[in-house]
Design a protein around this ligand. Structure first.
Ligand SMILES: Cc1ncc(COP(=O)(O)O)c(C=O)c1O
Length: 471
């Protein structure tokens, strides 16, 4: 296997190995069922640690490129078409410090989804970055800006994505928006006149669904399983304007869309002249390996990529971005211009400075460890309170998890019983708009914002309510 590792590069060794094996598979140079060298052999050949090789293999297994067979080693998975993806580009340097603060506990323990641990916001580093950026900005920073956003932030985001996601795009394609919420609203408005269908994962985020509905587009739900969108259910008609998907971490169920389904999705989009809207809302927080690769890198002409700083930093700054295929840029800019001219600019300069100084990556690194511990604590508490009667759905990632409780139905009386114990949980059926039956026993538990003690109290209260006889 021809692998070339550059130990002097500031690109992590694991990422270099992962990318090269992926390219070998997608280019057809590694064929289906072909056996990969053992981790021991490859470690010796490349002069790097076995754990680096193992991490790269595990990442590729999670994304469907490889299959790990006990005893017989690791082989290339079947069903992957030969495909060509854009090459990698280099990175910028980083360094920074972070500050922390505590937050009081609340009486009601609310396992709400997607709320960050704001007690860990790197306030002093952010203040310094904001101050530095204000000291450096040109006078023109206090005037109106282009609708696409502040150029330095767009360049910084392009570098950040290359470095952390292996995603190559031109800063001219990056459009700064006020959170992914606005990004989705503008994309929906862009297709509004065409009165076309939009395909959306089911279950999905109800707020995002509402945004598309408000544009009077005809929404069609496509079922999801433990591997994300079920691409076999994509029907040829009616041809949609776009397909909304969360391939790195399906929201809310947590599946990773494997490469075989990604390719089917892209083929479907090409055949129907549709766009794919990739909502990459929390892919940085993957606890079992590296962030999953984007759908965008497989088909930059077909994919509209939606990114946000809400989960990795704070939703309060309301900053997100779109990466647009070139034909959409002009109509998008017109829409944005007549919507709000541009997203607030001074915070954009500050965010660029914060990312360039390494503050964001350091914060993500720190939060990844904290969220992984909270997730494990939640699982430990469930095992303590409700042994053998629950299953975790989805991959170990993000700020929430979905739990299936054997034999429990989360109907209105059950939820009332739980609420009366001063705890809030969220039935998955709140996120489903088609067939609700498969999800009756599933709830969503957001854990990121809760302390360890709150998680313990919340799970104890939940399990007490579940054991309470129905009155
Ligand atoms: C799947 C998903 N996409 C997008 C968003 C919205 O993020 P933003 O704050 O950037 O509007 C959320 C928020 O919770 C989300 O869960």
């Amino acid at each position: 296997m021809w692998i070339n590792i550059d130990k002097k590069s500031d690109r992590p060794l694991m990422r270099q190995l992962y990318d090269q094996i992926k390219h070998l598979i997608l280019d057809g140079r590694l064929a289906p069922t072909e056996k990969l060298p053992s981790t021991r052999q490859l470690a010796a050949d490349l002069g790097i640690s076995r754990s680096t090789i193992l991490n790269a293999y595990n990442q590729l297994i999670a994304e469907g490129y490889l299959q790990g067979n006990h005893g017989s080693g690791t082989v290339v998975a079947s069903g992957i078409d030969v495909f060509s993806i854009p090459p990698e580009i280099s990175v910028k340097k980083r360094q920074a410090t972070v500050a922390a603060k505590n937050q009081p506990a609340t009486a009601v323990i609310d396992f709400q989804s997607g709320v960050i641990d704001s007690s860990q916001f790197p306030l002093s580093e952010w203040k310094k970055a904001y101050q530095r950026s204000l000291d450096q900005v040109p006078e023109a920073a206090f005037r109106y800006h282009p609708s696409a956003g502040v150029l330095s932030l767009r360049q910084t985001i392009a570098d950040y994505l290359r470095r952390t996601r292996g995603l190559a795009c031109d800063p001219d394609q990056i459009m700064i928006v006020s959170g992914s919420t606005q990004g989705l609203a503008l994309i929906s408005a862009l297709f509004h006149d065409q009165q076309q269908a939009v395909l959306i994962e089911d279950p999905t985020h109800p707020g995002l669904r509402k945004i598309i509905e408000r544009s009077k587009l005809n929404l069609i739900g496509i079922a999801v399983d433990d591997q994300g969108l079920v691409t076999d259910l994509l029907a040829p008609q009616p041809a949609p304007a776009f397909i909304y998907t969360t391939p790195s971490h399906q929201y809310p169920l947590g599946g990773i869309l494997p490469i075989q389904r990604r390719q089917k999705l892209i083929q479907y989009a090409i055949a129907n002249d549709a766009y794919l809207l990739e909502d990459d809302y929390d892919s940085e927080f993957r606890f079992e390996g590296q962030p999953v690769s984007s759908l965008y890198e497989l088909s930059p002409d077909r994919v509209i990529y939606l990114g946000t700083f809400s989960k990795i930093l704070t939703p309060a700054i309301r900053l997100g971005y779109l990466i647009l295929p070139k034909p959409l840029i002009a109509p998008y800019l017109e829409l944005k211009k007549y919507s709000d001219v541009h997203t607030e600019a001074l915070t954009q300069y500050a965010l660029a400075e914060f990312i360039d100084s390494g503050g964001l990556e350091k914060h993500i690194w720190k939060m990844k460890k904290i969220y992984a511990k909270k997730r494990q604590h939640l699982i430990d508490e469930l095992s303590r309170c409700y042994p053998d009667k629950f299953e975790i759905k989805g991959h170990a990632a993000g700020l929430h998890m979905v739990v299936h409780f054997n034999g429990i139905v989360f109907d209105a009386p059950q939820i009332n019983r739980i609420n009366s114990r001063q705890v809030r949980v969220y039935p998955i059926n709140n996120y489903v708009f088609g067939n609700k039956t498969p999800y009756c026993s599933d709830i969503l538990l957001g854990y990121a914002h809760l302390t360890f003690a709150e998680i313990t109290t919340g799970i104890t209260r939940l399990c007490t309510a579940l054991r309470q006889p129905e009155s």
